[in-house]
Ligand binder design. Structure first.
Ligand SMILES: [Mg+2]
Ligand SMILES: [Zn+2]
Length: 206
């Protein structure tokens, strides 16, 4: 007898700046500086598959510093949501979560803390079996690892993208080595990171 199988439950968490859009220093402050990386839409479209959900988890301290206006940030979110729509991801499978706080505010959402990751799981896929955290900074990887430690039943993997569109790539490599924070995978592009995720094998659940 053929038993219908449930699709896998895979949550993909993506940092924004230096992953989906080009990083800027000290932040992406103007709409014209909000530029998607090459193949951003194609990479996202690969995540449009049964059982997969996608959340962007981004630190945006320039909001509370007053350097990035809420209005501009709102336009960026609209562009990002429309990129996800163009990639075919249904609205209910995609979220944008952000931390507007500065480091001084000592919040629980600013990566490497895990508040946004917890929120993404709670809102999108509470029964996730696999979670991926993709970022261009060691703090993204750290957040992913901490989240995995808090949820030992999950398979948690991290991908660090090292490329010149990210935030100080050489320093991330150095920092990762110095602090012993080792990603599951180092990728050279957003697309490569997504290909690697898909190659990890996500079988249907019995
Ligand atoms: Mg980043
Ligand atoms: Zn925060």
């Amino acid at each position: 007898m053929l038993v219908p199988k449930r699709p896998p439950a895979v949550l993909v968490l993506l940092d924004r700046d230096g992953v989906i859009c080009k990083n800027r220093f000290p932040g992406v402050l103007k709409l014209e500086d909000f530029e998607f990386v090459p193949q951003a839409r194609e990479a996202l479209s690969l995540l449009n598959r049964p059982g997969f959900k996608v959340a962007v988890v981004t630190n945006q301290p320039c909001l509370d510093w007053g350097e990035l206006s809420w209005e501009t940030f709102g336009y960026m979110n609209a562009k990002l949501a429309s990129l996800a729509r163009d990639a075919g991801i249904p609205r209910e499978n995609f979220r944008i979560l952000f931390c507007p706080h500065t480091p001084d505010e000592n919040c629980s959402c600013r990566k490497p803390r895990t508040g946004m990751l917890e929120q993404a799981r709670a809102e999108l896929l509470p029964d996730a079996t696999s979670v991926y955290m993709v970022g261009d900074k060691v703090t993204d990887i750290e957040a992913g690892i901490s989240f995995g430690q808090a949820h030992p039943s999950l398979t948690l993997k991290t991908t660090l993208i090292i490329w010149d569109l990210g935030d100080q790539p050489e320093e991330q490599v150095e920092e990762s080595r110095k602090r012993g924070i080792v990603p599951s995978k180092v990728a050279a592009s957003f697309m490569e990171a997504i290909y690697w995720i898909l190659a990890q094998g996500h079988n249907s659940q019995p």
